[in-house]
Design a protein. Sequence first.
Length: 254
Amino acid sequence: MLEERQNIIYGLLKTSGYLTVDEISKKVNYSLPTIRRDLASMELKGLIKRVHGGASIADSKSNESSFVIREQTFIEEKRLMSLEAIKFIKDGMSIMFDASSTVAQIIILLNQFKNLTCVTNGLGNGQLLSYKTNAKTYIIPGEVTKMTNSTGGIDAIKYVEKFNCDIYFFSCRGFSLEKGITEASIEQSLIKKKMADNSKTKVLLIDHSKIDEIFLANSISVKDIDIIITTANLSNNYLTFFAEHNIQVIIPKK
């Protein structure tokens, strides 16, 4: 019941942007103390931000969204993209994975391959690799960011330099024709760029919500991407842009 109620509260805040504690209490028909406890719990999870006697969604162009939120959104799109992504994997490959919930859907499909070596800065993705696959797995050490459930910083970047992987699967916070790939934090942009630099083939997976979004930090250069897998309904401007940069575009069939 607790999780169900908090999901309802999150849905209300996502629709409204901001609600007072009293408004939430009336909408879900629970007492003010109960709602305050829910909001405190949700804030600790990074789902919401409590402000001015109420709460709002914890997201902005310069703050990372919670991994808890991301792993629950656009799941079917992520699954469709992952089915296309695994077509580029072969036995014996070495693979980089970022910390995104998008590439987590690839990881759970890896058991059909043999002798894989995988590297990730995602704590959750590292656990998936350990529990769900037989791959030899390396977790990139560094400073832990709670919101993204990942590591980063100078130590993480130096560790990535030890590897030369066959392929890198990653997602992003935003992609636009104006700025290319962007992230909400400079720390995430730097670790993702280093992982790309140390991988032969770069595969970007982006759902429809990432298109035409611009976040704080510029990340991997568009010209360095080899393949884009997306569920977005791309305009001719985007398709022309990708063609001009020799990027293979794959749009999964629903």
